[in-house]
Design a protein around this ligand. Structure first.
Ligand code: MN
Length: 752
């Protein structure tokens, strides 16, 4: 540590704030008074003064004084998450120990041990994020660990990230993309699991806006255009129900907000449908104020079904059986007399608060005896996290994150044991998952399952309401193929462990085969040398090499040859040959876009990087086919050339994570002259001469070259893909606009 450290010399009680900062503080205190009982105002004031003084003279990327960031985080904590005064103080101080001369000891002396511990946790988390070599998986684990210690640490971290995402446009493009990727992969799933619905939605929207600004603006504009007709529809729809609620003396509120932009986008992608065809853009929510209870939710449900016909399959009762993140609500979808489906959610004010604020609301209500047991789902989740953390395996981090993310987002099903005990499992679970969920030994010995009294294969998917009985044998029946039939972490990790044990056996065989040869030829080789050779032969480890030998996929004599050449010359004579021979053997997948895209090479200068790209060779990646006008970045490939990707490209996401230092900002220069590949999807009614009309329009009227046109028609409906050469995004959009006008075409849109 630095020895010339300035000693702490602030006198917080006597320091007088200037007028502007007094105003900032007053606003924050007002929020505290509004959102918490008896906040310790002195504590908040002192924390505010210290953050202001310690960050003095520092500015953010936006040019604003730095203290406005911790202040904004504290406001989110007080108002949007609704936490306590201690959390507000910790939010104010969250960057002090890391970025200024203030030490944890100073914090403890000024604010006591609780605030100090929160800051300690926050500083550690942020250290984890900043260290370059740390894998995301480990970050995730650490995040979980701090969460298990004090939930407030993670909630403040969420607020910090939320404010950073809200102000992300001030950062360079490359930084934006890597922060957005991390946010969508780490923070959003966590927020979802904690039931922080509002924060999760906003984080997702902000990430979407950062990575795909065009897509974001497109949906946002469509939603705005439809706002009025949507509100009108909700008014008309709710009229009979509103009347009945009022007549029966209910205190209630009706909300009809659209779903968030990213979720609409995901739906469009998943169903491969244009915006116009996404029907459930919003849900109507009826919130019952005190003193209404859950029984009243059922009364409201009956009011709704008096006026409209419900669709029984869409009914969900999360009131009696809450989701694992504590969410409770009644969901029903009804049909209007015009045939339109509308989703209605019914809940009490308290349930609504849990739905929007999740963990935070839980934390807040925890003390209340009345709420005992109601958010049991969350406690179960925290228990699960603890259980996982209690049995850490160093190599398991990545696997763990995969499972974890799977579990974070999955929908749930509810199944029963033979005794009628309820178990919650992720959707897609099989009897194998169920068996492991009961006990790992039952999972290992499972040989068959009875679902609702009937024998079914172990790999059949379960549905809500199933009663499941596992039939076990006397010894382990564990099958490595099961890895493809399970979704729960517990089942996966046990099966993986088994697979690893089996692999060990095979590689022990391989080692034995090698050792026999080594003895015969009298090779003297250290393990280190062997590792070098394995590496040269492109195996990730000695273990992997022996596995290949043991499983007969690599001839041990080739290793002998390599070793011989290594020992005699100290280098690899037949190296090239070895490599060539090996290429045929290897069945590993390659995720490198250097191999995916043998992209068209551009000759003319149409991109700029810091105003200049003169001496750099660049090409456009085939995975996302960027065209001028698209939001793009460059990736420096291993041969030194630059590969241009669209910012919303899936391959790029991988690269940003693994090689962020090779991503550079580029932008389109004004003039180009090159042509690019673009694709359009068209859907419509089939008629004679339609294809002719389309190709005429494109090639004759629009003077655009088509590469291919592919159509299929089925009972009058018509679907097709056109691939064509375009100058830029505008050109493509123009073609789409004109194609839309052709008689019979119902939709036309860019096809990725
Ligand atoms: Mn911060």
């Amino acid at each position: 540590m630095s020895q010339t450290k300035v000693t702490y010399n602030y006198n917080l009680d006597e320091y007088e704030l200037a007028e502007v900062q007094q105003g900032d503080l007053a606003k924050l205190l007002e929020l505290c008074r509004k959102n918490m009982k008896d906040p310790d105002e002195k504590l908040v004031e002192r924390a505010f003064k210290l953050t202001y003084l310690s960050h003095d003279g520092i500015t953010r990327a936006s040019g604003e004084p730095y203290y406005l960031h911790p202040l904004a985080v504290a406001e989110i904590i007080a108002e949007e998450i609704g936490m306590d005064d201690v959390s507000v103080a910790a939010a104010l101080l969250h960057d002090t120990v890391e970025d200024t001369d203030i030490t944890l000891k100073d914090i403890e002396q000024e604010f006591g041990p609780v605030v100090m511990q929160l800051i300690d946790g926050l500083t550690k988390i942020s250290g984890v994020f900043k260290s370059k070599n740390v894998k995301q998986a480990e970050t995730f684990m650490k995040l979980l660990m701090y969460m298990a210690e004090d939930l407030r640490v993670v909630l403040i971290k969420f607020a910090d990230r939320l404010h950073n995402m809200r102000t992300i446009h001030h950062l360079p493009r490359k930084k934006q993309l890597s922060i957005a990727t991390e946010t969508i992969e780490l923070y959003a799933p966590f927020a979802h699991r904690f039931g922080l619905y509002k924060i999760k939605s906003e984080l997702e929207d902000l990430c979407f806006k950062a990575t795909d600004p065009t897509g974001y603006k497109f949906i946002a504009r469509k939603l705005r255009d439809k706002k009025e007709s949507r509100e009108e529809f909700i008014d008309v729809f709710m009229e009979p129900i509103r009347e009945q609620l009022e007549r029966s003396g209910f205190n209630f509120e009706i909300k009809g907000r659209p779903k968030h932009i990213y979720s609409i986008y995901k739906k469009m992608m998943r169903q491969q449908k244009p915006f116009e065809e996404i029907y459930d853009l919003f849900a109507i929510r009826i919130i019952l104020d005190e003193p209404h209870t859950k029984e009243d939710c059922w009364r409201v449900y009956s009011f709704i079904t008096d006026s409209y016909t419900p669709i029984p399959e869409r009914f969900r009762d999360f009131v009696s059986v809450p989701k694992a993140n504590g969410y409770r609500s009644l969901h029903t979808t009804v049909i209007t007399n015009r045939g339109r489906k509308v989703e209605v959610q019914i809940r009490t004010r308290h349930m609504d608060e849990i739905a929007e604020k999740g963990l935070a609301a839980h934390w807040k209500y925890k003390e209340g005896a009345e709420q005992q047991g109601k958010e049991a789902g969350l406690d179960k989740f925290v228990d699960w996290v603890r259980e996982v953390l209690d049995n850490p395996r160093p190599d398991a981090a990545t696997e763990f994150v995969e499972d974890f993310q799977l579990n974070l987002y999955s929908r749930e099903i509810y199944v029963f044991t033979p005794n009628g005990e309820l178990r919650t499992l992720p959707q897609g679970s099989t009897p194998i998952d169920f068996a492991f969920d009961i006990h790992s030994e039952i999972g290992e010995r499972a040989i068959a399952a009875k679902v609702n009294g009937k024998m079914v294969p172990l790999r059949n998917k379960l549905s809500s309401g199933d009663q499941v009985e596992i039939i076990t044998g006397k010894v382990s029946n564990l099958n490595p193929d099961w890895i493809n039939d399970v979704v729960t972490h517990k089942a996966r990790s046990r099966i993986r462990q088994y697979i690893r044990q089996e692999e060990r056996k095979v590689s022990d065989d391989g080692r034995e085969m090698w050792e026999k040869k080594a003895e015969r030829y009298n090779f003297e080789l250290s393990d280190q040398d062997l590792a070098k050779i394995a590496n040269k032969l492109e195996f990730p480890s000695i273990q992997a090499m022996f596995f290949a030998i043991g499983s007969d996929s690599y001839d041990v004599n080739r290793l002998v040859k390599a070793v011989r050449s290594f020992l005699s010359k100290g280098r690899f004579e037949g190296e090239e040959e070895e490599k060539a021979a090996q290429k045929d053997d290897k069945k590993t997948e390659v995720y490198d876009d250097r191999i995916i895209g043998d992209a068209q090479t551009a000759n003319k200068q149409m991109l700029t990087m810091d105003g200049n790209l003169d001496n750099i060779k660049y090409s456009f990646s085939k995975c996302c086919n960027p065209i001028p006008g698209d939001d793009v970045v460059g990736y420096i490939s291993r041969n030194g050339g630059l590969k241009i990707h669209r910012t919303n490209c899936n391959n790029l996401k991988h690269l940003i994570k693994t090689e962020p230092e090779y991503i550079v900002d580029v932008s389109w220069s004004k003039k180009s002259g090159n042509q690019f590949i673009g694709a359009i999807k068209i859907i419509g009614e089939d008629r004679v001469g339609l294809i002719n009309d389309i190709s005429n329009m494109i090639s004759t009227t629009l003077k655009t070259n088509m590469k291919s046109i592919n159509v299929s028609s089925d009972t009058g409906a018509f679907e097709g893909t056109i691939i064509l050469y375009v100058d830029d995004l505008k050109h493509l959009e123009n073609v789409i606009k004109r194609v839309m006008k052709i008689d019979g075409i119902k939709q036309a849109y860019r096809y990725e």
